[in-house]
Design a protein around this ligand. Structure first.
Ligand SMILES: *Cc1c(COP(=O)(O)O)cnc(C)c1O
Length: 397
């Protein structure tokens, strides 16, 4: 039996920061029979989920939805608003910002990539500096990742908006919220964002397979003159779906059943403000555990702590992936790996989506036992610190 993989009983703990745990009721909804996407029943479904997504994005503007991963929605944001040779400013906050930049480069966009240390969000002062220096307004967009999933650092989007306004620059503001939407407060309209990019498999508690753009009037106007080649991603035909409930090509019908159910949970039952408070509370409890272990949270600025995930730095000379491997083998829990520059240096605890106090307790217990088994120097009492915090405060307080 030596080389057999371990047999696990009970539920797997999927504590990567996306895809996240999908509620059973969402899985059941997805199992309903597929219907005719051109038939009368479909229209109500289409209109309902688009209207629900407007509430999630906190916008009254256009929301488009693709049968795609989040990466598709990234591409849609760029190709609908820009022309070949256009200049954009992007910020090296982590792996996802780096990948979005790579995509923009492949599309023939000129990128000013502001270097970063993967421990901070976008610095508003840098935004002002870049835009103020661009007197001819060659920069067409400022692109930021709201919640950098590779580092657990959240950029303060209102401060970025204020920086663009202070520089009196007409650039569009594009924001990736793939891992923050439905877990961290985000306001497309109020924060003056032009294109917001979202995905289904993180805060929205769905399997992978849906990509979203929320589009401002200014971005929609830009799309009328943008020259980038596009077909599948074109907003014009998609934008009608909010009114008609129909899509220009076959939508991911069964995922839309799931989305309808998830929206009911987020908007009608728990309510977004309580959803955000729950995530903040679980993030705080997680950081207390990390501090209790005497380990370091990767995010260097408390104003930028992510409520969706926490990246934990493993001491020099130890391999974070070995800790993850031990935890997966021993306790059947998946934690996020260190991506790109952070490979082997950190592991990431996802605490977003369909999640509660006891699931967090189980998660932190698994980490503490894993640290012990892996021989990572740490103090006892991390879990105890989290329990004390969770036990003292009522859920939603
Ligand atoms: C997950 C993620 C992506 C990529 O989404 P895919 O669905 O894997 O294409 C992009 N940006 C952020 C911030 C993410 O968390």
């Amino acid at each position: 039996m030596k080389n057999q993989p371990p047999v696990h009983t009970g539920r797997h703990f999927l504590q990567i920061p996306g895809p996240t745990n999908v509620p059973d009721r969402v899985l059941h909804a997805i199992a309903f029979p597929t219907i005719d996407h051109r038939g009368p029943e479909f229209s109500d479904l289409g209109k309902e989920v688009i209207a629900g997504m407007q509430r999630v994005f906190q916008t009254e503007g256009t929301v488009v939805m693709y049968p795609s991963s989040g990466t598709g929605a990234w591409e849609a944001a760029l190709v609908n608003t820009l022309s070949p040779g256009d200049r954009v400013v992007m910020f090296e906050t982590g792996q996802f910002a780096t990948l979005w930049r790579q995509m923009a480069g492949r599309l023939g966009i000129e990128i000013d990539f502001v270097p970063g240390d993967w421990r901070h969000g976008v610095d508003p002062a840098k935004v002002i500096e870049k835009l103020a220096a661009d007197r001819e307004h060659r920069i067409k967009a400022v692109c930021v990742v709201h919640n950098e999933t590779s580092t657990g650092v959240t950029t303060r989007v209102p401060a970025i908006r204020a920086a663009i306004d202070e520089a009196r620059h007409p650039a569009l503001l594009m924001v990736d919220t793939i891992s923050s939407l439905g877990s961290i407060d985000y306001r497309h309209d109020e924060w003056g964002v032009d294109v917001t990019v979202g995905g289904s498999q993180k805060g929205l508690m769905l399997p992978p397979g849906l990509g979203f753009n929320a589009v401002s009037k200014k971005a929609m106007a830009a799309s009328k003159t943008a020259k980038m080649t596009r077909s599948y991603w074109d907003w014009q035909a998609m934008a009608e779906s909010g009114h008609t409930g129909f899509f220009p090509y076959t939508p991911a019908t069964n995922l839309l059943y799931g989305l309808r159910e998830a929206l009911k949970m987020l908007l009608e039952e728990e309510g977004l403000p309580a959803v955000f408070r729950r995530h903040e509370r679980h993030a705080e409890a997680t950081r207390r555990a990390v501090n209790g272990w005497g380990l370091e949270v990767l995010c260097a600025d408390p104003r930028e702590y992510s409520s969706a995930l926490t990246a934990v730095v493993v001491p020099d000379g130890y391999d974070a992936d070995r800790v993850r491997e031990i935890i997966l083998d021993g306790f059947d829990m998946s934690l996020g790996t260190g991506l790109g520059k952070m490979k082997g240096k950190i592991f990431r605890i996802g605490h977003l989506g369909y999640f509660n106090d006891l699931m967090l307790c189980g998660t932190l217990c698994g980490v503490e036992m894993g640290l012990h088994r892996a021989g990572i120097p740490h103090r006892a009492g991390g879990v105890a610190a989290a329990l004390e915090y969770l036990g003292a405060l009522q859920s939603g307080a």
